[in-house]
Design a protein around this ligand. Structure first.
Ligand code: HPA
Length: 271
């Protein structure tokens, strides 16, 4: 049995039966779980072949349950390249959720606003991305056994789900921007010159995650959307020293809006 099959068998034994929707919760964005009727949960460290969680504010759990009438599998906390994991580690859970049977994937993250028309505490629906991570989760021998090697990325974020999210935002009076997310390796924050560069190349937000998972979702032909909760304004001309605590606090303040978007979207999905 392959690693993936072993992990999937383990989770099925724990009750992760036929989830329809997968959700990846970003830094400081765990409260969606309060809305989930939890049927099973396992810490990452107990799942065979899963990378193990390290950063303290990631609780690091995989949860299975019911949300808005759908069976969901939720990653509370994700793996980052900056923690020392490689591209295959950080995308392993996407492959697992796919093999468990999810039909749609919803991703969230905390990000800095490069577009200064966007304010911290607001949300951006990711419309496109720029991969500045210096690598790909598809650059390995045997990738063509699981999907295309030369994956089309002309439309990486599912337009149907994106339209639904935009409609939900409007109905609920939630400010929802749309824009380009640039992913950087981190963990250091950007210099003023790097923020200027990100703006010039067309980024509206910057963060340290998400792009590897989106690439693998496209490789697996799994429709995916992603939202960024904007936690700081990256103004190179008025840059203050970063405060990670403040970033996490801002994420928590914007979180209720993100929860509304995801909850209502899941209710409306055809899976
Ligand atoms: N840069 C990179 N990642 C981030 C930022 C940022 O300004 N804010 C939140 N995550």
């Amino acid at each position: 049995m392959s690693y993936i099959e072993q992990t999937v068998e383990f989770l099925k034994d724990k009750g992760f039966e036929s989830p329809e929707v997968g959700i990846i919760l970003g830094t400081g964005l765990g409260k969606l779980l309060d809305e989930v009727e939890v049927l099973a949960e396992v810490s990452y460290n107990h799942i065979p072949h899963f990378p193990t969680a390290t950063v303290e504010f990631h609780k690091g759990k995989l949860i299975y349950g019911q949300l808005s009438g759908k069976k969901v599998v939720v990653m509370q906390g994700r793996f980052h390249l900056y923690e020392g994991y490689d591209f295959l580690d950080v995308t392993y859970p996407v492959r697992i959720m796919h093999r468990l049977g999810i039909k749609k994937l919803l991703v969230s993250n905390a990000a800095g606003a490069i577009n200064l028309d966007f304010k911290k505490g607001e949300i951006m629906l990711i419309d496109d991305h720029i991969n500045l991570l210096g690598g790909s989760p598809l650059a390995f021998k045997g990738v063509s056994k699981t999907g295309d090697r030369f994956v089309d990325m002309s439309c990486p974020y599912d337009p149907k789900m994106s339209k639904k999210v935009e409609a939900i935002a409007q109905e609920n009076n939630i400010t929802l921007h749309k824009g380009v997310y640039a992913s950087v390796m981190g963990p250091q924050l950007e210099t003023r010159a790097e923020y200027r560069y990100l703006k010039i190349i067309g980024a509206d937000a910057v963060g340290m995650s998400t792009v590897p998972e989106i690439i693998v979702a496209n490789h697996l032909k799994l429709p995916v959307i992603a939202v960024s909760v904007l936690t700081d304004e990256c103004d190179p001309d008025h840059l203050k020293p970063v405060d990670v605590e403040a970033i996490i606090e801002t994420a928590a303040k914007a979180e209720p809006h993100m929860i509304t978007l995801f909850k209502q979207l899941i209710g409306k999905l055809e899976v």
